[in-house]
Ligand binder design. Structure first.
Ligand code: IMP
Ligand code: MG
Length: 455
C-alpha cells in the first residue's frame, strides 16, 4: 500500500492540477455523448454536424456555468468565519485554495470556444490546455470588471517574458504590451527566481524592456517608476532608475522587508541552505547527474555541467522531491521559521529562501506606498499602511510554473489572482486579451457617462 501510494504520488500528484483535471473530467462526458466522430468524415449530413457542435457548446457552457456557481458558493464559504464546513467545491476538489474573485467561466468558455473551436472537435476532447486557457480568460475578465480594479501585474521571467535562459531583447513583442500596462497606470513587478546581487546581471536579462521604458517619450516619470524587479523569489529588490548605469538601482532590504521577513533568522537560513546543499550533493552522486552545485547567499542549486547537457526531466523532478522532503523533515524545516522554495527550473534545480508569495507581497506593499504618495499621503510601516497595500483581487501574477510541487509560481496563488501561461507567445496573447477587455470596459463607462444605450 505504501509503495502504491508512493508511486501514485511520485508519478502523478505533483504533475497534476486537480482542479483542471476535475473540470476536464466533467467536460469529457458531453464530449463522449455528443462528439459523433463519424459525422466528421462521412460527409452525409452537414446540418447534423452543426447541430452536434451546438449541442456540445450548450452542454460545455452549462457545465462551466455550474462550476462558476460552485466557485461563488466557495467564495461565500471562505469569507464566512462562522462557517466550519467545507464548501461543496472543497469536498469535490480537496486541494482547492482560496479565490480572490469570482470566475466568469461560462463567458470565458464562449470566448475560448470562438478561438479554439473546442465544441467543433470530434476526436479530441476538451484538454488540459483548453481548461487552463478558459481559467486564464475568466481570471482576466474578473480583474477588469470595473475600471482601475487591476492595479498590479507581476510577471515571472524565464518562459513567461522570454524563453528559458534567454533575455528580454528589444525586439520582443512583450515589451510594447508591458509599456501599455504602465501607460494605463498599472504597476509592474518582475518576480523572478533568478537571484543576482547586482543590477548589471538583471540589466543583462531585461535590457530590452529597461531601455524601452527609459526612452519612451510618452510615459510620465511616475509611470516609469512603476516597474520594479524582485529577484531570487523575494530576496533582492531593484527599482527602475534612469540615472543609474544599468537603469536599475538596488533598494536596501531595510526599506522593503515585511515585518515577517525581517524576523527570518540568519542562522536558520544558513542551516536550511546547508541541509539543501548536502541533499543536492547526495542527489548528484546517487542519480549520477551531469551537474555541479551552485551555492549563493540566499539560494543553492544544481546546474548542468557542461552547461549544454540536459539533465533528464525525471532526475530533476526526483531531486526536487528528495530535497523538498529532506528540508521539511530537518530540524530547521520542522521549526517553520523560514519559508523556502525547491523547484525544477526546466534545466536546473534550485532551493531559494522565501518564495513568490513573499515576492508578490513585497510588490503589493511597495506600490501601495507609491500610490499613497501619488495621492499626497505619506505612509510608513504599521499605522495607516494596511489600507494602501494592493489587495489580492487587484493583483495578477503571470507565470509558467503552477504544479503543486517543484513549481515556483504556484506560491503566488496565495496572495493574488494568477494566470498560467506556457510560453512567452501565450503571455503576449494574454496581454492582448487583457488590453481588449480594459478598452471595452473604458468604452462602456464612457457610454454610460454620456447616457448612450441607456433606457
Ligand atoms: P524564473 O522563471 O524567472 O522564476 O527563473 C527561474 C530560473 O532562474 C531557474 O530555472 C534558474 O535557471 C535561474 N536562476 C538563476 N539564479 C537563480 C537562483 O538564485 N535561484 C533560483 N533560480 C535561479
Ligand atoms: Mg518561469
Amino acid at each position: 500500500m505504501t509503495t502504491r501510494y508512493r508511486v501514485e504520488y511520485a508519478l502523478k500528484s505533483h504533475r497534476r492540477d486537480q482542479f483542471i483535471e476535475w473540470i476536464k473530467g466533467l467536460l469529457a462526458v458531453p464530449f463522449v455523448l455528443y462528439s459523433s466522430p463519424h459525422g466528421a468524415f462521412d460527409g452525409k449530413d452537414i446540418s447534423r454536424l452543426a447541430q452536434t457542435r451546438e449541442e456540445a457548446h450548450r452542454r460545455y457552457s452549462e457545465i462551466l456555468h455550474d462550476v462558476e456557481v460552485m466557485i461563488d458558493d466557495h467564495l461565500a464559504n471562505q469569507n464566512d468565519p462562522n462557517n466550519p464546513f467545507p464548501s461543496k467545491l472543497k469536498l469535490l476538489v480537496p486541494t482547492i485554495g482560496p479565490f480572490f474573485t469570482r470566475l466568469p467561466l461560462e463567458a470565458a468558455f464562449k470566448y475560448q470556444d470562438s478561438r479554439r473551436y473546442i465544441s467543433s472537435r470530434r476526436f479530441v476532447s476538451p484538454s488540459f490546455n483548453d481548461v487552463r486557457l478558459i481559467l486564464n480568460s475568466a481570471q482576466i475578465m474578473a480583474v477588469t470588471t470595473t475600471p482601475g480594479s487591476l492595479q498590479l501585474a507581476t510577471f515571472d521571467g524565464d518562459v513567461t517574458l522570454y524563453d528559458d535562459g534567454q533575455s528580454l531583447e528589444p525586439s520582443s513583442p512583450v515589451i510594447p504590451r508591458l509599456l501599455d500596462l504602465l501607460r494605463r497606470d498599472i504597476k509592474i513587478g518582475i518576480v523572478t527566481a533568478a537571484g543576482y546581487t547586482t543590477a548589471d546581471k538583471y540589466h543583462a536579462r531585461l535590457h530590452g524592456l529597461l531601455s524601452a521604458i527609459d526612452s519612451s517619450p510618452d510615459l510620465t516619470p511616475t509611470q516609469k517608476q512603476s516597474l520594479i524587479v524582485m529577484g531570487g523569489e523575494a530576496n533582492y529588490l531593484f527599482r527602475f532608475s534612469p540615472s543609474s548605469p544599468h537603469l536599475l538601482s538596488p533598494v536596501p532590504r531595510s526599506e522593503w522587508l515585511t515585518p515577517e521577513m525581517a524576523a527570518w533568522d540568519e542562522s536558520a537560513i544558513t542551516a536550511l541552505l546547508d541541509t539543501a546543499e548536502q541533499t543536492l550533493q547526495e542527489c548528484i552522486r546517487s542519480l549520477n547527474l551531469p551537474a555541479v552545485l551552485l551555492r549563493k547567499d540566499r539560494a543553492v542549486g544544481i546546474i548542468p555541467d557542461p552547461p549544454t547537457v540536459r539533465i533528464p526531466r525525471e532526475s530533476l523532478e526526483e531531486t526536487v522531491l528528495v530535497v523538498q522532503k529532506a528540508l521539511e523533515l530537518s530540524p530547521v524545516g520542522r521549526a517553520k521559521k523560514v519559508p523556502f522554495c525547491a523547484f525544477n527550473g526546466g534545466r536546473d534545480v534550485f532551493v531559494d529562501i522565501g518564495d513568490k508569495s513573499w515576492g508578490v507581497t513585497v510588490c503589493q506593499r511597495w506600490f501601495g506606498r507609491q500610490i499613497a504618495q501619488e495621492q499626497g499621503v505619506q505612509v510608513t510601516e504599521g499605522e495607516g499602511e494596511e489600507k494602501w497595500i494592493i489587495k489580492g483581487q487587484n493583483t495578477l501574477h503571470v507565470g509558467d510554473q503552477f504544479l503543486s510541487a517543484g513549481a515556483n509560481d504556484f506560491r503566488a496563488r496565495s496572495v493574488g489572482t494568477t494566470a498560467w501561461i506556457a510560453s512567452p507567445e501565450e503571455t503576449v496573447e494574454l496581454l492582448d486579451e487583457l488590453a481588449g477587455l480594459m478598452d471595452k470596459e473604458k468604452r462602456m463607462v464612457l457610454r454610460v457617462r454620456n447616457g448612450v444605450g441607456m433606457e
